[in-house]
Design a protein around this ligand. Structure first.
Ligand SMILES: [Zn+2]
Length: 86
């Protein structure tokens, strides 16, 4: 799944603030997960459908878009239950 840098609905930037290398309070190194920036999009989960994130939601316009590739049952479920189209 491509990493969206912008919302496919309203075009707002989904790149959050830079992840600090050290926690400013404790000065301990921050757990680094391979990304330089936080993400702004919201991961929507539905435990009745699958473990983990089912689709993404824009924090600004509340538009939804798919996390899963075409042809997957997770994508079909997101479409059926929540009307996710993009
Ligand atoms: Zn948006």
């Amino acid at each position: 799944m491509p990493d969206n840098k912008e919302c496919p609905h309203c075009g707002t930037s989904l790149q959050g603030p830079e992840i600090p290398l050290r926690n400013s309070m404790t000065l301990k190194p921050v757990l680094y997960v391979g990304a330089a920036h936080f993400k702004r999009e919201l991961g929507i989960e539905d435990p009745e459908v699958c473990d983990g994130i089912l689709f993404w939601k824009c924090p600004d316009c509340k538009g939804n878009w798919h996390r899963w590739d075409k042809g997957t049952w997770q994508r079909d479920a997101a479409n059926r239950r929540y009307g996710v189209e993009k």
